[in-house]
Ligand binder design. Structure first.
Ligand code: KQY
Length: 353
């Protein structure tokens, strides 16, 4: 699995629509998604999957260089259920179809049903005419793994060992499955992710490779913040680990914004669809600047209207000197439960066979 900072063929996103995920029917979320799409489309091909109902709207809202295809889904998290792409030494590509169960299925999943999401990897492989590896016996979301493209993978125990993923597999069996599917040799297990992250703490919200041997880690200096112990545990693990090539890992801290909370107005804009409300007033959302997307020439990062926004942008600009860092105000995406990385899936550069 190539690193996200290696060259891309393009990127896949899904147009947001469901009214229990996105406030006020998704109007503001769609605008934020469009900003993300346009920033990525500056340097790679972007395909947006939209439902039959949203197709025309997506076509009008997005510029002509973006391809819109009609495809059904339950929600809009391309990172988690579009294929994870792998390449071989000759540049040939395959898409992996994992099993998707809405972040925990009947144990602690976040919505039901999830059948349309689960079919997307297969449909997208067909759309791109890319052969598929079938891992549909193994539950995994793309947001729960990051690789350096040189044999190292990072993930979190909180997610991969949770009761709603693969409860009949041991940690070492899960690790073997990742090595086999993604061609990695070393798996670094962080214990936790971001406090309150409803995905059971995906790695892509707390830690990401910025180059081989270097990561960014979401951080707070406030020892009274429940995030402190979680980030400190990640730091201790990373600083005592080596990667697949035997390098020590350099950790760059990316300070968190102040807690981003759900307002009464946010809640009033969310339908319940007959289930438990998805958000409660005052709830702290899992806001983190680590949830950025690296395109060929830009890094698209979330802003939260916070004093820490500019400093986070400066850190990322220094770490990605050849890319333009483009901020997108992302609270409307965060209300859905993830952020910019979670709504994107890169397709690595490949050679048609
Ligand atoms: O990958 C993600 N962070 C998406 C989580 C969405 C959960 C459904 N509200």
């Amino acid at each position: 699995m190539p690193a996200e900072y290696s060259k891309h063929y393009g990127c896949i996103l899904i147009f947001p629509e469901r009214s229990d995920s996105w406030s006020y029917g998704g109007y503001a979320a769609r605008k934020a998604f469009c900003e993300v799409c346009e920033a990525i489309a500056q340097s790679e091909r972007v395909t947006v999957c939209a439902s039959e109902k949203q197709y025309e709207n997506a076509r009008v809202m997005l510029s002509e260089k973006i391809r819109v295809v009609e495809m059904s889904s339950n929600d809009a998290w391309a990172r988690d259920y579009a294929p994870t792409f792998v390449v071989n030494n000759s540049g040939g590509i395959r898409g992996i179809n994992w099993s998707f169960n809405a972040w925990g299925g009947l144990a602690d999943g976040l919505y039901f049903p999830w059948d349309l999401d689960d079919k997307m990897a297969r449909k997208l492989c067909d759309l791109y005419n890319i052969d598929m590896y079938d891992y549909s016996g193994f539950v995994l979301e793309g947001g729960s793994v990051h690789t350096d493209g040189e044999g190292t993978l990072i993930t979190t125990e909180a997610c991969l060992l949770s009761k709603g993923r693969n409860p009949d597999m041991t940690k070492s069996e899960i690790e073997e499955k990742l090595k086999e599917a993604l061609g990695v040799r070393k798996v670094i297990w962080l214990k936790n992710g971001i406090y309150g992250d409803e995905t059971n703490e995906h790695v892509d919200n707390i830690c990401a490779f910025v180059k081989p041997g270097e990561v960014v880690l979401a951080w707070t200096d406030n020892e009274n913040d429940p995030q402190y112990a979680l980030s400190k545990s990640c730091l201790d693990i990373l600083e005592n680990e080596t990667d697949a090539k035997g390098r020590r890992i350099k950790v760059h801290k990316l300070m968190l914004p102040k807690p981003v909370v759900v307002t009464k107005e946010d809640c009033e804009g969310l339908d319940t669809c007959g289930f438990k409300p998805t958000r409660t007033e005052g709830e702290r959302l899992a806001a983190s600047y680590v949830n950025f997307y690296i395109s060929n020439e830009t890094v698209v990062m979330p802003f939260f209207n916070d004093p820490a926004d500019e400093q986070a942008k400066k850190v990322l600009s220094e770490l990605f000197p050849t890319r333009n860092v483009v901020p997108v105000y992302a609270k409307e995406i965060l209300i859905g439960g993830g952020n910019i990385h979670c709504i994107t899936q890169q397709i690595p550069d490949f050679i048609s066979e």
